[in-house]
Structures are given as C-alpha cells and as structure tokens.
Design a protein around this ligand. Structure first.
Ligand code: ZN
Length: 563
C-alpha cells in the first residue's frame, strides 16, 4: 500500500561547515530511508534547511567581522552545496531567515498566545549597560564555580564540561563590552511543560494519543525512550520561549520590542515553513504532509536533540492543534573521530566540503563507511585506516570485483549481448531463490532504521555473486561448454542488475553508473527480485565502480587532521 511520509533531518546550524559527525547522525540515514521509500513508490517530502538564528550566529559574525546575515549566507551556501554534492537528496533545503519562515513561526506564536498556552513571567537577567542589551548566556564569561577555570561561558564550562547558568559564574563579564553586567528585569513568554506531562507520557510510553493508537513504542529506539522517560520522570518545567536578542524572529505582539522567538518556537517550525515553500514550488498541498492523519512524520536527529523533538515540539504542535505528531524519532548517538570527540572549535573533524575536494568521484566510499559504522545504538568511531580497509576490502574487492568480472566476460565472449539462460542446474536455482529474498530482507531492515544491517545484506548479495562465479569458473568452461557458460553469465548479470537497484539508497552514484553499464532504466525496488535483463539485450563496456585507496592518501589525511 502506498503511503505518505514527511521525513525531516535536523536543521543544520549555519555558523560553520558540515562535518562527518553531522552526516552520520541525521542526514545519511534519512537519505537512505527516503531513497528506499521513494523506490517503493511512496509519496515522500524530505525536508531540511539551515537554522540561522540565535546568539552563536551573532557571536560568529562579530568574530569574522561581518553581519549575521553575511554569516548565514556564507554557511547556508557552503552546506547546501556539500549536501547536494554528497547525494543527500532533500526535496528542499530551506532557511529560517526566509520571510515565509518568519511568518509561519509568528503565526504559531500568535495562535498559542490566543489559546493561553503561555505564561508570562518577569525575572532578572544580565544586562550590558554600555551596549544597552540583555546578554544571552554565551555572551557572559567568568570563572567556573566547579573547576575555577577562567573564561567559562554562561551556559557551560568548556574546561570541565559542566553545565552552568550565568548566575553561577564568579566575576561575570560581558563579552561585548568587557565590563561586569548588571541585573535588570525583563519579561518573557514561558511554556509550562508540566501541564502536558500526562498525555506525553501516555503517547510516548504506550503509543496512545487521545485514546487512539498512534504508534508502536517497540519500534522506537531504546535510547530515545530512555531519555524521554527520564525527562518526564524528572518533572517537566516551564521554559522561556522568547529571548532578548536582536537577531531572530520578532515576537509578534505588543510590548515585545527587542525580543525574538527562542529556538524551540523557531527551528522546528522551520520544517513546516520549508514544506510550505516546497509545496508552493511543486504544486502540492503542504497540509497533506503535516495535518493528515494518514501521513507518517519521521524526525532524523542526533541524540542531543531527543528532548526537543519528542517533548517540546510535540507539545507545541498539539497545543496549536490540527497537526500530526511524529510516529518515530530514530535518533543516532555520536560518531567520534580517531578515538576522540569531533570538535569544531579544536578543528578535530573531517569537513565534508574538503573530503569532496580530496576524494573526487568517491562520494560513495564515504557514504558506505559512514553507514557501515553508523552510531545507531551507541557512539562509534571513524578512523582513516578503517575507511581505507572497508573501501578496499569490501567495496573494491567484493562488490566492484564481482561487477567487473561479469561485465568484462559478457563483453569478451558475446560482445556485450546478454546470453540465454538455457537449462538450470540445482545450484543455479538455489542462487536464484536466494536472490529473490534480498529486496524484502534489505527493505525490512531499512524500515526498522537498521541501516548497518541493511548494508550488510547488500554486501551479502555481492558476496553471493562472487562466490557463484568462483564456484562455477565460467572462464574455464567457455571452450568446453558454451551453453553452461551462457547460463552462468546470464544469472550473474541478473544479480548485477539487482545490485544496481538495491544499492541505490546507500550508494546512489555507483548505482547510477552500474545501471548505465547495464542499460537499465525505470526500475523500482521490487523489480530487484525479478529478471531485469532480457536475452539479447545490449550492455555497455565495464567501468570501474570503486577504486583502491592507497596508504599514502590515508597518511596525508591523518597528517592533515593532526596539524
Ligand atoms: Zn569548569
């Protein structure tokens, strides 16, 4: 049955470039999932974009000596291109500085305000008298009360890693003026999350929403359920939904000068405004993707975003009314690099735009390794040596080698014409039976968000092809038994065709190359269990699908990382 899906990947913060940790967390798994769903004929909106507001953007702007708009324009452009060059195939990569987004999130605020969802509270906050502005947590530094390091931020000490509030800092200083800030009263709109505890608990733990079965909690990752449970059990509190800042979506009511919507009423609503833009551009109705109960909403995120997508955003959607809630939030853990945490500030990362420069035409090698080592249930580690060995020993030696042998032999013996199948032996039948099972096996793993397992199955199919050739040795048979050779190559070609279809979600560039070699068009996921190459069909010459990565290339990358 064909279904409708809205699949989102976490909006990327536009204050820096994209690295492999981002990709492995929220983007590659979503792309694999969406390519698979589309191959099955489902209707999918794949939504993402840049998150372009917040204090960190204005700080970065000061650091680079340009305007906040200049910063987001720069990184939005770099990241949008890197995603596209890497084959992450969003239906739209939108941005939250766009007018349509400002209108959409302001509408949300107005509706929630009218419905009395917020409470308004006045409190004392740090204020910089010289610059005449309230200070976001990141704009205040001081001595850490826990480890006494200098230069701890108002929200966190980077030395000992503890979470802080600006009030705890010893001798707080404004990073804008360098002088001590004063305390001044300010009012904000708060979301009293405790009022929503009961239905949230029901919805997350039993899958029931207002008495109706909404989703099966057993299909949610245990780390996601665990985090939600501990948040709810710890007691939900009121959270400010507005901030005093001059960069962001203005709070659209009276007496709110100098106030903007806080990230929770801004960034996630970016999924909705992006869908509106895409629908406008492509003649669709955006409401089908956000308001129709038959639509499945899936959020791909990293584990640091669980509470916002499973608790805060659902509260906002439900309080607004008329919106569907996510049926799953398959959050990933973190990817480390060479045994250490990825860090933008320490430049301990592999930047996607640099990889694409250094490894031209090898996008799929990185997609392969990031999927094979994805942090699906716990943190995992990316190392350059492992990258090299998976590329050389799996992609080149198994997948690539099988394809190359089949296509070269077809061209050598029959000038590239698909030979007849003739009579089948038991072994042939056994291989063909196994072949038929792969679309279902791989698909079922993808539907359960087990992308590593799915990729293992795909490699399993190329192993099957390799073993079949090694066992039957058609290159030795040609002169002795022409008919038998025809059968073996015929079957091997059908395996190659299935591989071209089933590799598409994981390795879209190689899948396309292989389909071109086989002259194969208009095939969908389920075709992979059938014969796709008719007898007498002309195929093309062999091209290398993957190339070996040499030691010196890897050494260069390791050196680059450590410098
Ligand atoms: Zn500290």
């Amino acid at each position: 049955m064909k279904k409708r899906f809205t699949v989102t990947s976490a909006l990327l913060y536009a204050n820096g470039p994209l690295h492999i940790g981002h990709i492995a967390g929220a983007y590659l798994p979503a792309d694999i999932y969406v390519r698979y769903l589309k191959g099955k004929g489902h209707d999918v909106a794949f939504i993402c974009g840049s998150d372009e507001h917040g204090a960190a953007i204005t700080l970065q702007a000061k650091k680079e000596g340009i305007s906040p708009q200049g910063i987001v324009d720069k990184y939005h452009t770099i990241n949008k291109k890197a995603f596209s060059d890497f084959g992450i195939d969003f239906n739209i990569y939108h941005r939250t500085s766009d007018k349509l987004h400002h209108e959409t999130s302001q509408d949300f605020f107005r509706t929630l305000e009218k419905k009395d969802v917020f409470t308004k509270k006045t409190s004392e906050q740090f204020y910089d008298e010289e610059n005449k502005q309230f200070l976001a947590d990141r704009y205040i530094t001081g001595e850490c009360p826990k480890c006494n390091a200098a230069g701890a931020y108002g929200d966190q000490c980077e030395k000992c890693g503890c979470t802080l509030s600006p009030n705890e800092l010893i001798n707080p200083t404004s990073t804008l003026s360098g002088i001590a800030p004063i305390k001044k009263e300010t009012s904000h709109w708060y979301l009293p999350m405790q009022n929503h505890e009961k239905w949230l608990k029901d919805w997350i733990e039993s899958g029931y929403l207002e008495g109706e079965n909404h989703h099966d909690p057993k299909t949610w990752k245990s780390q996601v359920l665990g985090q939600c449970k501990s948040w709810i059990e710890g007691g939900l509190k009121a959270r400010a939904m507005t901030r005093d800042l001059d960069w962001g979506v203005k709070v659209p009511v009276k007496d709110a000068d100098g106030k903007v919507l806080y990230v929770w009423l801004d960034a996630p609503i970016g999924y909705i405004s992006a869908t509106k833009q895409w629908a406008n551009d492509s003649g669709k109705n955006w409401e089908d993707y956000w308001k129709n109960k038959d639509t499945e909403l899936i959020h791909f995120i990293g584990k640091d975003n669980i509470v916002f997508h499973c608790i805060i955003f659902p509260i906002i959607l439900k309080a607004h009314g008329g919106y569907i809630l996510p049926s799953n939030v398959p959050a990933n853990s973190f990817l480390n690099l060479e045994g250490e945490k990825l860090s933008t500030s320490r430049n301990w990362a592999i930047w996607l735009h640099e990889y694409l420069e250094d490894f031209k035409g090898q996008e799929d090698s990185l997609r392969y390794v990031l999927c094979a080592t994805a942090p699906e249930s716990k943190d995992t580690d990316f190392t350059w040596k492992d990258f090299q060995s998976r590329n050389n020993n799996e992609l080149v030696a198994i997948f690539g080698n099988f394809i190359n042998r089949v296509i070269v032999l077809t061209n050598k013996y029959w000038d590239g014409v698909v030979p007849p199948q003739n009579d089948l032996e038991d072994y042939d039948k056994e291989v063909l039976e196994k072949l038929k099972e792969f679309p279902e096996k791989i698909g079922s793993s993808i539907e359960k968000f087990r992308f590593r397992e799915a990729l293992q199955e795909l490699i399993g199919l190329s192993r099957l092809g390799n073993k079949y050739l090694a066992d039957t040795e058609p290159w030795k048979l040609k002169k002795i038994n022409e008919k038998r050779t025809e059968t073996i190559i015929h079957i091997s070609l059908q395996i190659a065709a299935s591989l071209s279809i089933l590799s598409h979600p994981f390795l879209p560039f190689s899948s396309k190359k292989l389909k071109d070699m086989l002259n194969l068009n208009d095939v969908n996921w389920d075709d992979a269990k059938n014969y796709n190459l008719s007898i007498g069909k002309q195929i093309n010459k062999a091209e290398l699908l993957f190339s070996k990565i040499e030691d010196e290339t890897i050494e260069k990358q390791i050196k680059k990382l450590k410098n």
